[in-house]
Design a protein around this ligand. Sequence first.
Ligand code: GLN
Ligand code: ZN
Length: 727
Amino acid sequence: METYAYGFPRLGTNREYKKLIEGFWRGKVSEEELRSGLENLEEGRIALYQKYVDYFPSGEMTLYDPMLDMALMLGIYTCENFDQYFDLCRGKNALELTKWFNTNYHYLVPEISSIPKPSKVRSAKKKFDKLCIQKQGIPYLVGPFTFLKLSKGYEKEKFEQHLISLAHAYTELIKGHDMVHLDEPAFVQDITDHEKELIQRAYEIMNQAHKDIFLFTYYDSVDFLEEVYQLPVKGIGLDLIYGSKNLDFIKEHGFPETKILIAGLVDGRNVWRTNIEEAVEILNELSLYAPDLMVSNASPLYHLPVTIEGEQLDPRLLEKLSFAQERLYELQLIGQAYEGELGKEVQAWSSTDDTNYFAVDKKVGHRLKKLQETDFTRSVPYTERVEIQKKVLNLPLFPTTTIGSYPQTKEVRKARAGFKTGRMSKDNYDAFVREKISDLISFQEDSGLDVLVHGEFERSDMVEFFAQKLNGIVTTKNGWIISYGTRGYRPPIIHGDISRQEPMTVKEVTYAQSLTDKPVKGMLTGPVTIIAWSYVRDDIPVDEVAYSIALCHQDEIKDYEENGIQIVQIDEPAFREKAPLKKRDWDIYFDWAVKAFRLASNTKPETQIHTHMCYSEFSEIIDYIVDMDFDVISIEAARSRADIIQVFSKTGFSRQIGLGVWDIHSPAVPRASQMEAIVEEVAKVVPIENIWINPDCGLKTRKWEETKASLKNLVKATQRLRKKYAS
Ligand code: GLN
Ligand code: ZN
């Protein structure tokens, strides 16, 4: 049984990738050092592939993002050197970043006006080859359909024309090689009949290069496998973990005799070890339909940290885990076990703790069992709550607030690191955080903001922080994965029943409230976001995991209430991202996602519940959003006011909306008039008494100078608006 792996993380065991590139940005790493450093890293990556598997693509080592690389190879952008390359990633000319399918990886969105001619592609590719870190092997490309689907800047009617031109351009790229690896994850989305035809035409064109194409789809099943079978490709990679329907289809309709089936049987998105015997069984079954068979990972391995080696976790947990390097080992094991070898190794790889799950908490189970419909419904409907809350809070027209975090300065990070490593005592650390909170409360009062926050100085990362407080979730020491470019995070692992040991955030928020007469907003990361940005246990249904987190939140909010906190924000930035790729699966997902929010926020009617999402592309999900039954939602509004106006004018949305009038992703200080203009436009379709004014996300990554200047303008804009609309 031959094995194929792809998408192995580029980050390096000790985040060498990040250190090299960011060092280059800071002028500490020279161009030659960057190049040779990345080449070493790539050699290490390839050596791992070579150690464990038979086939793998090359050219996966990007300087920042594979979608940008594709655009460069095609001549859609040009750049001559590293500086120009990085300028497209993060400089003045930076492309937009957006989420890659339903993952927390972000890619750079190419802007396409026209597709360059093959002759131009030839020279673009040459230029790109000089710049990038290339190694011999099967060249890796994002497939033309996926590339075009994820790009922007062209009219919808031009899709056909562009795809055909792209197919010619790709033919040029493919020509020089015997085999190529094409990633087409967009094949698993909802595809129209017209698109199916276009895909067929595009692949026919690429076939003129007479090369072996290995086509990979992943993250879900492909609905049009019948047509995919007809494509002139050599091998078809299918995700059999998140696309179990693929397996059903093969069993029912077989598999083309002339093609290789690359069976994705090793999970690329979660960390639980593969059951080797089960995988071999599936392969045996598949071999009845597809005589030419390979085994591979089910989706790219970069959603996993590099290796479990060096992690100091409970051994009973550790023996259940598999990161990217271990996934390669699993592929090798499966390949050999299929041939009837390696009984001992397979045994050794399976957990000894299968029957007795070690992180069971009976109390959690009981609470979940007792849940009834009423637990998911606030006792008083919004229309009445809003009146009660008005009296309690007594806020002005256009209340102003911020989203939670304030600049995480060097000083703050140093103190947190000092506390973590034991260099700073708990008492000193607590005193430090208290001082920061106290300064921030004064700052917010002086700024004239209406609803204050404590600043989140005690939090490193909005998910990791709660993971460290909750039972049943662990965090890793070195389990970094890339969220975009060189930026990484360490997803926690949800491995047991989740419960709250003690209040998680009440101390800081209550302290902040004790310093001011203005309301201080409590701040929680919502259940869906905690799940989306963690690895989640797969032995129980995900809705149960979500409800158990929600119950912890509900307890936390009750503690807030006892301590005089009147407003609570539950952040759900991953709410949309976690939605399945196929719309037909949405109801099931949104059902538990919405219910988890409602359970978490089911407290006193006096308590004003906010949620925050960093975006405002709601047109498709607005009904689910309304169903969450919050009182206020804060969203991005600076870049996409048109979307908001469209959605909210159509739906007659009647909740309060916090307009994110300051785009905090940019260091630019917005002018008061810019922010006013956004509010005025939205005020045409949203009742003014429903409008709040705020930045579009937390201020963690901003500098204090920018924060001060921007908030000053934000308050100035608000005061002018209040005057204007007062009558
Ligand atoms: N409360 C969080 C913060 O301000 C929200 C972050 C987010 O939405 N990504 O940092
Ligand atoms: Zn946000």
